[in-house]
Design a protein around this ligand. Structure first.
Ligand SMILES: Nc1nc2c(ncn2[C@@H]2O[C@H](COP(=O)(O)OP(=O)(O)OP(=O)(O)O)[C@@H](O)[C@H]2O)c(=O)[nH]1
Ligand SMILES: [Mg+2]
Length: 295
């Protein structure tokens, strides 16, 4: 039986929540090849030792959790590098500018992967709250020194001790990643405006941009049950389309992920989505390094 409106005219039944075929192909369980690809990565230019990824986005979107999750996957165990918030709040948990490196070997001769992540304070709702968009721009250009404590009221000034006057090529950002949660109804206009001004700067600097959509588990119960449903969920696809038009990043540069949040063991499907996003981050950043680095 169909659904009838007041005039007894039959309405279209709602579309089924699941697509027959996944709309993006991804090789579940083929993590070894991607893991190896990432493990073997070396920046395209030998004058650049590190590929730098900058994550930005609303408070609580999962920026720190994503960095932690990449650390967990690369080190094949649970770690705790970019402490994530344990409670949800509208104030940013991350307060300082910090570079997160991932160890290859532990002990006396520590070595690190040649890609690093910069974690920043979240973009907040009010005008004088959260990270100052100008600080994100300065970070992209490599002017923000490690340990700088974000001040929502004013941006880092040129004579501040934390202002890096002459950033080296690998202190600059090579790929900008917008982080959004699939589990929010709508991103507020003021947040989008702040994010758009960051994107314009990245565009002017030629820095490649992509996005990750976190919390796909919380936003879609069937995906929570089985992460392999992520590209068959109509809801998540619509959510991605919504984000794509809100932030102006094409769908093909948006990657859904589920961050490690409560797990104590690694999971192959969680790893597949995060590695897929990570591989693309590295590739986009490396394209930029190849084009722009000094020879
Ligand atoms: N279920 C689930 N929880 C997540 C996911 N990503 C993040 N979380 C949880 O969401 C909360 C906020 O995550 P954070 O990583 O601290 O977010 P953030 O973007 O760094 O936030 P600020 O530093 O405050 O701007 C934490 O409790 C995480 O465990 C996800 O993909 N799935
Ligand atoms: Mg954080």
């Amino acid at each position: 039986m169909g659904i009838f409106n007041s005039k007894d005219k039959q309405l279209e039944p709602p579309p089924p929540p699941f697509l027959d075929e996944p709309w993006r192909k991804i090789r579940w369980g083929d993590n070894q090849a991607v893991l190896q690809y990432v493990q073997n990565y070396k920046p395209a230019n030998e004058n650049i030792k590190l590929l730098r990824v900058l994550l930005y986005g609303p408070v609580g979107a999962g920026k720190s959790s994503f960095i932690n999750s990449v650390g967990d996957i690369m080190q094949r165990r649970m770690t705790n590098s970019a402490a994530a918030s344990a409670i949800t709040s509208d104030k940013s948990f991350t307060k300082q500018y910090q570079t997160h490196k991932i160890q290859i070997t532990r002990g006396a001769n520590k070595t690190f992967y040649p890609f690093v992540f910069n974690d920043i304070m979240g973009v907040e709702n009010e005008t004088a709250s959260g990270v100052h968009p100008e600080d994100i721009k300065l970070a992209m250009m490599g002017h923000v020194k490690e340990g700088y404590k974000f001040n929502p009221v004013s941006s880092l000034s040129k004579d501040d001790h934390y202002y890096n006057k002459g950033p080296a090529p690998d202190e600059k950002v090579h790929v900008l990643v917008c982080v959004l949660s699939a589990n929010v109804a709508e991103v507020k206009k003021i947040i989008l405006e702040k994010m758009n001004s960051v994107r314009e700067t990245a565009r002017d600097l030629g820095i490649p941009q992509m996005a990750i959509m976190t919390n796909v588990d919380e936003a879609c119960p069937v995906t929570e049950k089985d992460l392999k449903n992520v590209y068959r969920s109509r809801h998540l696809k619509n959510k991605m389309k919504e984000f794509s038009s809100a932030v102006g990043i094409p769908m093909k540069y948006i990657f859904p992920v589920k961050n490690y949040s409560h797990e104590i063991e690694l999971d192959d499907d969680v790893d597949t989505l995060i590695l897929s996003a990570l591989k693309n981050m590295i590739n986009f950043g490396d394209d930029f390094i190849e084009k722009n680095a000094p020879v």
